[in-house]
Design a protein around this ligand. Sequence first.
Ligand code: ZN
Ligand code: ZN
Length: 144
Amino acid sequence: MAELHWIKTSAELIGRFTSALDDSEHNLNSLAMAIGVTRGALHKFRNGDVKNVQAWIMEECARELGVSKGWLIWGTGEKDGDSGGLAICPRLGCEFGDETGHTKFCPEHGDGLIRECPECGKSLLAPGQNFCGFCGSPLKTEKD
Ligand SMILES: [Zn+2]
Ligand SMILES: [Zn+2]
């Protein structure tokens, strides 16, 4: 059985959460849906109405919001420190790749970078990769 870990809520924690939420494409509702909690639960947390929040909820929030767990939960390290490996441009023929986690768009094409296979969610291996190495789905599309 999984242990229940609780994190004490604080103004700082809520502040980091709000800032990560603002930077993301999520709102409270879509985030709640993505991590499988009720919208009310996240609203209460964001409004500072709960004293503690379960650790897994914060971990899932960090994953969905693309920020590092340590930063979100404890305020340690870089905000997007482990936002996850290689990001590549989804345009066929483009070999742009970024591993810093700081780049969100291809500087050449302006396309939003992808960080994982849209089909299976596995991480990417190389900037020029056209197909997912795990499930074989195409990663890049031709655009004019
Ligand atoms: Zn590109
Ligand atoms: Zn895949």
